[in-house]
Design a protein. Structure first.
Length: 110
């Protein structure tokens, strides 16, 4: 692998807030594994991708993270050899108020 193709040189795609699509977000959240990833992230600021404790192959988990990221539910960043994920709570709340809390079963203080 040449230096031009190392993971640290790759740009991670994240849709802009204005491009978040409700149907894509709901589709991403409909899978039990992805919903569990979101629950874990909702309880944490940021989690290393290998630290979720979900029983699945690395390839399967990578797929789930990509679906969530492409839908705009999570953000990822690389640091060294690790990839960290976080919930895009502010973007989701701004675009679809109450959606995340509703999906996670939390009551809003409104």
């Amino acid at each position: 692998m040449s230096a031009a193709h190392t993971p640290s040189d790759q740009t991670i795609f994240h849709p802009r807030r204005a491009d978040l699509d409700l149907v894509e977000i709901l589709r991403a959240l409909a899978d039990p594994t992805r919903l569990e990833i979101v629950r874990i992230l909702a309880a944490s600021e940021e989690v290393a991708c290998g630290a979720f404790g979900i029983e699945a192959t690395k390839q399967n988990l990578s797929h789930h993270f990509r679906v969530l990221r492409d839908a705009g539910v999570i953000a990822s960043r690389d640091e060294g050899r690790n990839r960290y994920s976080s919930l895009r709570r502010a973007d989701l709340e701004a675009r679809f108020p109450g959606l995340l809390d509703g999906v996670l079963g939390k009551r809003s203080a409104r």
